[in-house]
Ligand binder design. Sequence first.
Ligand code: FES
Length: 435
Amino acid sequence: QAFLSEVQKDLAQGMLSPRVLNDPDIHRAELDRIFTKCWVFVGHVSEIPSPGDYVLRYVGEDQFILARDEQGEIQLLLNNCVHRASPVCRAEKGNTSHFRCPYHGWIYKNSGEWNGAPHRAKAYRTIDTARWGLRKAPHVDSYQGLIFACLDPDAVPLREYLGDMCWYLDVIFGLNEQGMRAAGDPHRWIVPANWKSGAENFVGDAYHVQSAHSSLGDIGLIPDNSKSVTETFHIALEGGHGLIAIPKALPEPFGVGNYPPEVTSTFDLDRLDDDQRAFLESGYGVVGFTIFPNLSLFQAPGSTEVGGFPAVNTSLRQWQPRGPEQFELWNWPMVWNSAPPEFNQASYDAAVFSFGPSGVFEQDDTVVWRGGPMVGRSAFARQDMKLNFQMGLDGMSDYEPRPDWMGPGEASTSAFGERNQRRWWQRWSEALASS
Ligand code: FES
């Protein structure tokens, strides 16, 4: 608690101890107080469209089965048998009505209920079948196709947790009835850095693009690298959620008119409210966001075109903790169900090329994030080193409130600030301080 008080005081002055990026005690506290308390993304509805479909997923470091049961309900089941804890499901994905534990053969329905055991009549003449099902997440819900779960029985409803982020999810994913789908299985790879480095980067760090990704500008993959920070701006929301947005000034394919006609003809803006329509019609778009704690989005045009329309990389990204010094990055390229296959293929290729496991942007980011565990391990740095989070603090930069913002949250005039990052860390410290 003393350390967290110090963190909160430091954040008010735009500083942060690097200890947060590798301390094992902090990591354990995150698993206990953040990943079991917050709503955490576990998948997209398009990944389990039919009864019996399932995929393996994680909340923190706990492995779960995300399944659509025989009644069509979505369940999140801890993948550990209640007999001796063996994982009951060893395939990454599939379709089944039941899971049979490989150790002694107990059988569970895909809704989690206990359904039988070998030699039941002799081995379990009486057993409380209602008591011995797989452990289930108490809350599973979805918004605009994104499935979240919360392991806290006393959780607030998902829409309340997402708050104003719902407004932005509507303008990204809710433009038509058909919606978007995951373009195949998520890509996954291990990064030697702390999971929070990714989450805080995508909540507001447009400033790194001109430096970390400068070589991409040099070879023409980013048309004008300087615009990545001069033209983008921040939207800070309650709850530690935040977005990086882009204004009308850039003729990028974010507004509703820049997708192929097969897509735009399905868009129904009556699904949105007046302010959401004004946002899109003004040409605004979302480049990235983070929903606290560990779900992010990236959206930008690719360098290829199909029929005169630039492919669009829209990817959901999740920063899955794997100990204090590494995380597993999960990346879901998303495509419009109404788009032509060749456009979706080009969009998928753009996602893999930029932010896949060998993506050209990905390589740049994962190299720089390695510094967190390094400095956290450093005996010298542990003495009194602080990281600087002061950009945009108290008029220290060109960073003002954006006048007449039509959407929820606090929008800035530029991305020359670290308010979204400070808010994310503030939310993190409050969550850790809760009992
Ligand atoms: Fe699963 Fe024994 S551990 S049946």
